[in-house]
Design a protein around this ligand. Structure first.
Ligand SMILES: [Zn+2]
Length: 72
């Protein structure tokens, strides 16, 4: 996790499947730096992360493959 970006706020996330979900996320998660579920840092290995939605005026948000596979 990114220590300097752990401020938690409420965000409205527009999921790729069309759902609009209110979530409480850290700044790092909202800005697409960390997995939405486990807070693993997105970074070099971007292929291990998939976009799952976006927050208008903020960023796309990502989940790591491990979490996505765990969900399915
Ligand atoms: Zn994850």
């Amino acid at each position: 996790m990114i220590a300097s970006k752990q401020t938690v706020s409420a965000y409205t996330v527009h999921m790729l499947d069309g759902d609009v979900v209110g979530m409480r996320l850290t700044q790092a998660q909202a800005e697409g730096y960390e997995c939405l579920t486990c807070k693993t840092e997105c970074g070099q290995g971007l292929e291990a992360f998939r976009p799952v939605g976006n927050i208008p005026n903020v960023s796309r948000v990502f989940c790591c493959v491990a979490c996505l596979d765990g969900v399915r």
